[in-house]
Design a protein around this ligand. Structure first.
Ligand code: FEO
Length: 402
């Protein structure tokens, strides 16, 4: 980075973009890349907040040097230990051997498990203060958002919340770093995909973290997460999104996800979608589970209230791509959705019956009987599909009026 990026006069963005990695956590597609954000405060003491993935160490060290020259780094504050942020700690410590590592009890345990023992720790607790000179750091422990050691650091003088993964998202920062420099429409989809797949399972803990910040009555002027845009103009926007997503609130709309080998189950999906349209629903998404990565599907399920799942039978069971979808839904503990089920059997069943078992486990509000066609949908099967759509539309429209 040739140009330094100031978050405030003496707080700097020193993060890096990653356009090489295909899969985040070796699981989640990074078609639009990801940024690993790190921050530096230059004061009487120099503090760095989280590092970056190990593969980005040279760019990261260059960023630091471009700001502090040959000065030492005094503190590394570890808000989060996942290796996309801790991967450069060893190299940082080698370059700046005098630095003190700051974290909570759980941080240090994870640090030593991953990278071995270090010298010079400052172990902080919830609410502790660290004085850098002009800048004062207040620590807020926010466990399980989404790891046990996660915490946030609030810089009291300039009112900057350095928030770890919370409020972050996928997508590289392509020139624009701040919320007022970018088109948010581009980022919000990737922020929700990040939330729903990485953090969503811990939505209850996100609510606790938000409550802790509210109870502390801190004035947050800037939110600086470890991924995605820095929110300096409208931090309330990302707080609102996080509040809504972690309360599992949804918009009016229906996501139809199907697994189909030869197009017969897909035909039912199209019939349902058309019927939904005729009932007045405009937000309708159809996904072929074999084609669209489950992370995009989960993101859509997090957004919309109506879910209609379809599967053919495959080797007496559920179609494998649909197994992936329901496994992820259950693992993410998504709640409070309306559910419809359809599909096909042929020489055996197993698709619809396993979706019915899923319905019992997930305890969403199931709308009517599941529709199961024999090999290919006949007129009466398609009529039943339209009935699922009608029930779904009624439910959604009733919520619109309430
Ligand atoms: Fe961005 Fe939980 O690591």
């Amino acid at each position: 980075m040739i140009k330094t990026i100031n978050v405030t006069e003496n707080i700097y963005f020193i993060g890096v973009n990653d356009r090489e990695t295909h899969l985040f956590e070796n699981l989640w597609p990074l078609e639009k890349g990801v940024s690993y954000n790190s921050y530096l405060i230059k004061d009487d003491k120099v503090a760095i907040f989280d590092t970056v993935k190990g593969s980005k160490i040279h760019e990261f060290l260059d960023n630091i040097e471009s700001i502090i020259g040959d000065k030492q780094v005094d503190y590394l504050i570890i808000n989060h230990m996942e290796p996309d942020h801790s991967g450069a700690i060893k190299s940082l410590k080698e370059k700046y051997p005098e630095l003190t590592i700051v974290g909570n009890n759980k941080t240090i345990g994870l640090l030593e498990d991953f990278y071995g023992k270090f010298e010079k720790y400052l172990i902080i607790d919830d609410g502790d203060l660290l004085d850098l000179g002009q800048h004062k750091l207040r620590f807020y422990l926010t466990p399980m958002v989404h790891w046990p050691e996660t915490m946030m650091t609030y810089e009291e003088t300039e009112k900057v919340l350095i928030s770890a993964d919370a409020f972050g998202g996928f997508g590289t920062l392509d020139g624009g770093v701040f919320d007022d420099e970018i088109n948010l429409d581009f980022y919000v989809e990737e922020i929700r995909r990040y939330y729903s797949n990485i953090v969503g399972k811990y939505s209850g803990m996100v609510q606790k973290a938000l409550k802790k910040l509210t109870d502390a009555k801190i004035d947050i002027k800037i939110i600086a997460p470890t991924h995605g845009p820095v929110w300096r103009t409208n931090p309330g926007t990302i707080i609102e999104y996080y509040n809504k997503w972690s309360k599992l609130e949804a918009e009016e709309g229906v996501v139809i996800v199907f697994g189909s080998m030869y197009g017969n189950t897909q035909k039912m999906a199209d019939e349902i979608a058309r019927a939904l349209t005729e009932e007045g629903i405009t937000n309708i998404r159809i996904y072929d589970a074999s084609k669209t990565h489950v992370s995009y599907i989960i993101s859509e399920l997090w957004r919309f209230k109506g879910v209609i799942l379809g599967s053919c039978a495959y080797n007496t069971g559920l179609f494998p791509a649909m197994e992936t979808v329901i496994h992820k839904i259950e693992n993410a503990q998504l709640k409070n959705r309306f559910l419809g089920i359809f599909g096909t059997s042929s020489w055996s069943g197993g698709g619809v019956s396993n979706l019915d078992k899923f319905a019992e486990r997930v305890k969403w509000e199931k709308l009517g009987e599941s529709v199961e066609a024999k090999s290919s949908p006949k007129k009466e099967d398609l009529e039943k599909c339209a009935q699922i759509a009608a029930r779904m539309a009624q439910k959604l429209i009733a919520e619109r009026k309430s």
